[in-house]
Design a protein around this ligand. Structure first.
Ligand code: CP
Length: 307
């Protein structure tokens, strides 16, 4: 249960105890963001590079906010503004970054496995995966677990239904692993073309009918259709998709009275989620974003050597 200098690459390599430690640390970090002066000296002298090879709003900004709230020096680099556009490889780019002695490199990349490859070739900095292709998004799963625990006071035994484009979703994969480790029951639902073969082996029950998936759920987690990763058409029209899989107030009414609605963002209003479902009293979508800062503060702190 010591995450000092460890890479955070996926949910598979984190134990239930590691997850518990991160969530507990995040709960204590959250208070810093409520202070009039939102800064503590915890990571003074540490350098964090945020290397985003794919667009991001929430993950990039919350890592940046988290690093700055703990007085670390954070430096952002986008692929479009780096020498990758001149032909430099990812490994050469990151070896050059390593030569400047950062303590932590946060990487988002469209290729699955990119952070794992860097973790093998770099000697010093810890690598934190901020989302790699369709593979993993561990910090998103951790902030989702924190938000569920905060609202429901437990994770064990809850029914969590994840609905949408499961096939292309690193968020779904990381959440299925994390929720199973913490004792939740996971249901996945979506068009057959968007449900990957063998997902049951990860610990998810497949229910194609979205009404059935929502019935009795404690948490409904909606996912965006990831058009940027899809090859060919996977459903007839957005209107048809919204009717069959979108979260409307009617469909939400099939869940438990105290259901929570989650979405990792960005949301496509009117497609996978109606404005009423996204903005209603059951929605904790913006609480997820708030907790994203606390979880990333906890991870930076623990990886940088905090006990
Ligand atoms: N949830 C998430 O990863 O959002 P961004 O792509 O905006 O970082």
């Amino acid at each position: 249960m010591n995450l000092s200098n460890k890479h955070i690459l996926d949910m598979t390599t984190l134990t239930r105890e590691d997850i518990g430690l991160i969530l507990e640390t995040a709960e204590s970090m959250k208070e810093v963001s409520e202070r009039p002066i939102k800064k503590v000296p915890t990571l003074r002298g540490k350098t964090v590079v945020l290397f985003f090879h794919e667009p991001s709003t929430r993950t990039k900004i919350s890592f940046d906010v988290a690093a700055k709230r703990m007085s670390a020096d954070s430096i952002g680099l986008a692929a479009s503004g780096s020498s990758i556009v001149k032909g430099e490889t990812l490994i050469d780019t990151v070896k050059n970054l390593e030569a400047m002695r950062p303590d932590i490199v946060v990487l988002r990349h469209s290729a699955a496995g990119a952070p794992h490859m860097l973790a093998k070739v770099l000697e010093k900095p810890a690598i934190i995966n901020a989302g790699d292709g369709m593979h993993a998004h561990p910090t998103q799963a951790l902030l989702d677990l924190m938000t569920i625990k905060e609202k429901k006071e437990k994770i064990e035994g809850l029914k969590v239904s994840i609905i949408g484009d499961i096939q292309h979703s690193r968020v779904a994969r990381s959440n299925i692993i994390g929720l199973n480790k913490m004792g939740a029951q996971v249901v996945v639902s979506g068009p057959g073309t968007m449900i990957p073969k063998g997902i049951e082996k990860m610990g998810a029950r497949v229910v194609i009918d979205a009404d059935e998936a929502v019935k009795g759920a404690d948490v409904v987690m909606m996912l965006r259709i990831q058009k940027e990763r899809q090859k060919g058409f996977m459903f007839p029209t957005e209107r048809e998709y919204a009717r069959l899989y979108g979260l409307s107030p009617r469909r939400l009414g099939l869940a438990g009275d105290d259901v929570l609605v989650m979405h990792p963002g960005p949301i496509n209003r009117g497609v996978e989620i109606s404005p009423e479902a996204a903005d209603g009293p059951w929605s904790i979508i913006l609480d997820q974003v708030t907790n994203g800062v606390a979880v990333r503060m906890a991870i930076l702190y623990l990886v940088a050597g905090g006990a």
